[in-house]
Design a protein around this ligand. Sequence first.
Ligand SMILES: [Fe+2]
Length: 280
Amino acid sequence: MHALARNADGDTLIFVHNGAGALFCDYGHLPYCDGDYILLPRGTAWRIEPSELSEFMMIEATASAFKLPDASQGGPSAINPMLFTLPRIDDAFIAQQDDAFWEIHIKRRGQVSTLTYPFNPLDAVGWEGDLCVVKLNWRDLAKHRSDGQRTPPAASCTFVTETFSISTFIPKVGEGESGIMRVPFYHSNEDADEFIFYHRGEFFSRGEIKAGMATFHPSGFPHGPHPSAYQKKMVKAPVETEEVAIMIDSRAFLTVDESIPDGAEWKAYVKTWEKAQETL
Ligand SMILES: [Fe+2]
């Protein structure tokens, strides 16, 4: 039995952390690789066929939809829809159509129901309109050349919903003059919980964080550069940052699922600022 997914609760955003393969959906065939965002509108039937081991981060806009930031949110780096890649009804899409039994697992109000078809329902011959699956890779985003000024986080905004936003931190040329603060200032978010997933590179504000890890700073909790990152980037010559990270700023409360496996949480993270007094 072959299976498809359909999320009727809201749009789904998939970020490809590792791997490569193909997405097949109502709109056709879309190859993917690491660093891709794949935006699936609510109600899209889809499946993924990896060609190599793939790891994803999935973000659901429950009862909402992903939109592009407007100019006031995105600043000069607002996302250009021309950067999107769309699925195609191509030979690979036609080749996967057959008369086997297929299931569509439909999620609505958090519960999953299953429909069964005696053929592959991904059998569109065409479509029109401006609603469809789209793909965007972080490498397609323009470099944020700050030239002596630190780029504010809002300039990295990539997608927004009614309750949260997604920002993409990509490599950028370091600020040009000695003595300029090249790491985020110490702050606490009073309007949003902040979740950051670290995808690639050396993280300029988090000396102890490695790719594949995530940080969670609830609203009201002060945070900022770790002491080791502060030492390295504040004092030395300008550098080009290497980090690629995905940030979710949510006005709705974020909670950690209780089913998180033992050992997945680094409980000493909160103590990583304790060294600040010794090193500054
Ligand atoms: Fe923050």
